[in-house]
Design a protein around this ligand. Structure first.
Ligand SMILES: [Zn+2]
Length: 342
């Protein structure tokens, strides 16, 4: 049924109810009231957003952790890549594995892969949802200096964003829409130089994709990046590059989150810019992309207390936080689909 027909039937049904009520009250004058009702009928259709199952997202995070650290060239990286490919294949219309060589700042070259789930490949109106699936190869902020050269579990930093997006992929299959959606798991985000002097050593998968999108001439209305979206009491601020390159999108999402009762997570406080995958999508691919990323208020590093340590494990993951993020992103997707978002 077309939207117009559905609206017409809904309007007629609504009018019939009004007519009946009015008829009981005042049988002599039903018509003028009925005409007024038609004129005042809400122009927007009801938004049907599926409920986000946070426990399912949590299970997807646990599964990623079961492979061990997922830094390039590790066995966990290989196994997790296969699992992500299989998982996404259940739900997306098409899955593209974009292989590339990640040249790290230490002079190494690793096999890396961006994993892209394409929904509605023929739709011209598209959005991008992204997260990085690799985990950091060292624990440079671990308080135990003897273990700083070991790779981290990356529960929040890596697995959380991927877990939320897998659950969104599952919803897109169960509750299909017409909007084109590309879910991208970027590789080699977290293999960079922490000296602060080499920002291009980070986000290698996003840089590769932004220069070589998975389809020729690819573009999208907007993008949303999820990074470190699973910890208890997370505080998603309006991050500097998101506000510089995608201010309208960022404002709309934060307003939507607040209207949904998630204002405790999505705070309308502007914080400084951080080099994350969205920076390169904004500057190279020119797609306005916002970053939902945890920026705690009282943190020395600017990130969670467990950031780039061995404590970034399943214990920091919190179901209510996953629910808040997942539900807000799902609402953004389904509202974009029916024209009630921006
Ligand atoms: Zn990281």
């Amino acid at each position: 049924m077309s939207m117009k027909n559905r609206l017409t039937i809904l309007s007629l049904a609504f009018l019939a109810v009004i007519f009946t009520v009015v008829s009981c009250k005042d049988e002599a004058k039903p018509e003028p009231i009925a005409q007024e009702t038609e004129k005042d009928a809400p122009p927007r259709q009801k938004v049907n957003v599926p409920p986000f199952q946070a426990d399912s997202a949590y299970a997807f995070i646990e599964k990623q952790l079961s492979f061990g650290p997922r830094n390039p060239n590790s066995s966990g990286h290989k196994q997790c890549k296969e699992w992500l490919h299989d998982a996404m294949s259940q739900w997306a219309d098409e899955v593209i594995l974009q292989d590339f060589k990640a040249q790290t700042y230490r002079g190494e070259s690793f096999d890396a892969t961006n994993i892209i789930g394409v929904f509605n490949p023929d739709a011209t109106m598209r959005i991008v949802l992204a997260a990085h699936w690799d985990t950091r190869f060292i624990a440079d902020y671990d308080p135990d200096e003897s273990r700083q050269e070991e790779p981290i579990p990356g529960a929040d930093d890596g697995a959380s964003g991927v877990g939320v997006l897998l659950e969104i992929a599952r919803n897109l299959k169960a509750f299909p829409i017409e909007l084109g959606v590309d879910i991208i798991f970027f590789d080699a985000e977290d293999q960079g130089d922490n000296s602060g002097r080499n920002s291009e050593s980070w986000c290698l998968g996003a840089q590769h994709w932004a220069r070589n999108p998975h389809k020729k001439g690819y573009t999208a209305e907007f993008g949303i990046l999820l990074d470190m979206v699973g910890s208890k009491g997370a505080r998603f601020t309006m991050e500097g590059f998101s506000m510089q390159f995608a201010p309208q999108l960022t404002n709309q999402i934060w307003n939507l989150a607040q209207s949904m009762g998630y204002g405790g997570y999505f705070v309308k406080t502007r914080t400084g810019p951080i080099t994350d995958d969205h920076y390169f999508v904004n500057t190279i691919a020119k797609i306005p992309m916002t970053n939902i990323v945890n920026r705690p208020e009282d943190s020395q590093t600017g990130f969670g207390w467990y950031w780039h340590t061995h404590s970034d494990n399943i214990d920091v993951i919190n179901i209510p936080t996953l629910k808040a993020v997942g539900q807000v992103v799902l609402a953004t997707v389904y509202r974009t689909n029916n024209g009630t978002f921006m």
